[in-house]
Design a protein around this ligand. Structure first.
Ligand SMILES: C[S@@+](CC[C@H](N)C(=O)[O-])C[C@H]1O[C@@H](n2cnc3c(N)ncnc32)[C@H](O)[C@@H]1O
Length: 477
């Protein structure tokens, strides 16, 4: 990202302004108006309301908060109704995928970084809606975007001073769109919408595929489901979807991709545990671990429990789900309850062994923490929140986890290492070093899966970028 937003990124908190009091959504979208800055009412179903909510979420992200938490904060502050939440979320996710480009455009059109952060966020969101016209799903007419962005600025005592500037910048962009885009498209961050180091690192690791990888990361992800084989099959579930006029394709033995994402609450059979949301590449983990009924299994980095539940769909297991983050353990519980499975759940650190009863495990799933660079299309904010140095730090942490878990594995037992990263430092290099260090037997596994998208040549194999390495402990060790 450009210098001005890096500045915001590096300087947490003090520039953001709460967009709202705890008053209802129809009330003013800013803290108490001042005499020189009268706020106007915004209708909760207006684009202006959504724009200012998304602007605040973007401002929080640029200060270091992950987008889901940023949105949760905005929803609480604004009491936004479900429809407005959907629009705020949609605009902020789009903006995260465009912020490299719109930041460069803003820099080309303004003398100094727009402040406060809320104003910067508003301009980023509005420009995102204007710049992205080659995308057929662009949801608003240009004149509506400009009008509503100015209304949003006018509604806030923190931005009313800049309403003329908002109007001027957006209109200038529309007038000079081609020239401005030509000017900024010399910068990699503007072309690719990733920080420069991310572009460089992808290019270095994948000299052939880097462009396709970056492009995939800028597309909204599909909604893929895993059919619970204890309750149904992919073919039977497709029929159920067809009966409800929901278009879908089978893209794996139990993987079904919906043609259009829908809210989880509208997915047929979701509440009764017939299906779970899980990417097609992630669905490979359970079968690879080769679990058999009665085995003692450790899922060492378990939250939110997607793979835990998949393992239990495959066989009746004595399963321990370990997770370091207490808040995330609740998600494992919710998933187990929905699918009506039981497992032992413990809060603990996989680099330590205080939680272990010294009985070896037959199988270990090590879905280790990583930069999540292979799932950036699902978390478009992560590229702006991560630092180049995170790759090495996370690789060091996951190496400690793998070393510690290895001694808990029974002779002849299998351990599956999984990352959702595309960086070799976290994946293949790590796996090779592990084999070298422990004398592990390396069994067949997919290795590095690069992310693919729906309109690629292999559309029916659409998945995230995951890495799999399967190790077996020699009988004599
Ligand atoms: C990639 S996610 C796991 C996803 C999960 N396996 C699934 O399929 O739903 C990694 C998880 O590891 C947890 N984690 C990170 N460090 C850990 C540690 N030292 N010990 C245990 N869990 C850890 C994180 O909190 C996070 O929930």
């Amino acid at each position: 990202m450009q210098e001005r937003s890096r500045k915001i990124l590096g300087k947490p908190a003090n520039k953001t302004v709460a967009p709202h009091t705890t008053a209802p959504a129809s009330a003013r979208y800013a803290s108490a108006p001042t005499a020189e800055a009268p706020a106007i009412e915004l209708k909760p179903d207006s684009l202006a309301f959504s724009l200012i909510g998304a602007a605040q979420a973007v401002a929080y992200v640029l200060e270091g908060t992950a987008l889901p938490q940023a949105l949760a904060k905005v929803f609480t502050q604004t009491n936004a109704l479900p429809q407005a939440r959907g629009a705020i979320q949609d605009i902020s996710y789009r903006t995260m995928r465009q912020v490299g480009r719109v930041d460069a455009l803003l820099k080309a059109m303004t003398n100094k970084a727009p402040e406060p952060a809320l104003l910067y966020g508003l301009l980023c969101c509005a420009l995102t809606l204007l710049v992205n016209k080659e995308d057929e799903t662009a949801p608003y007419e240009d004149f509506v975007v400009v009008d509503q962005a100015v209304t949003a600025a006018t509604s806030s005592p923190h931005m009313v001073f800049a309403k003329g500037m908002v109007n001027a910048v957006l209109r200038r962009f529309l007038r000079e769109k081609d020239e401005l885009l030509k000017l900024v498209m010399k910068q990699p961050a503007a072309v690719w919408n990733y920080p420069q180091w991310w572009v460089d690192q992808t290019k270095a690791a994948y000299p052939e595929d880097w462009q396709a990888i970056l492009t995939t990361g800028n597309h909204a992800p599909p909604l893929t489901l895993r059919v619970n084989r204890r309750l149904s099959t992919a073919a039977a579930y497709l029929e159920r979807l067809a009966a409800e006029q929901i278009e879908a394709t089978q893209i794996g033995p139990y993987a079904v991709r919906l043609a259009k994402p829908i809210p989880v609450t509208s997915i047929p059979g979701f509440e009764e545990g017939m299906v779970s949301v899980q990417d097609a590449a992630a669905q490979l983990a359970g079968p690879l671990l080769d679990v058999q009924a009665g085995m003692r299994v450790l899922d060492a980095c378990a939250a939110p429990g997607g793979k835990t539940c998949h393992l239990l769909e495959l066989a009746d297991l004595d399963l321990l789900a370990l997770e370091i983050d207490a808040a995330r353990i609740q998600r494992i519980n919710e998933n187990l309850q929905r699918l009506k499975f039981t497992a032992d759940i413990k809060q603990g650190d996989a680099t330590r062994s205080g939680w272990w009863d010294n009985k070896p495990f037959d199988r270990i799933l090590a879905d280790v923490p990583c930069t999540a660079s292979g799932v950036v299309r699902r978390h478009p904010d992560s590229r702006w929140l991560r630092r180049k140095t995170d790759t090495a730090q996370l690789a060091a942490l996951s190496s400690r986890i793998l070393d510690n878990l290895w001694r808990m594995l029974a002779p002849g037992g299998k351990m599956l290492m999984v990352t959702c990263s595309i960086w070799p430092q976290e994946s293949e290099k790590q796996a090779a070093a592990f084999v070298e260090k422990h004398g592990a037997i390396r069994l067949d596994a997919p290795g590095q899966l690069l992310p693919t998208m729906a309109n690629s040549s292999d559309a029916n194999n659409e998945h995230d970028g995951l890495f799999y390495a399967l190790f077996q402990k020699p009988e004599q060790s």
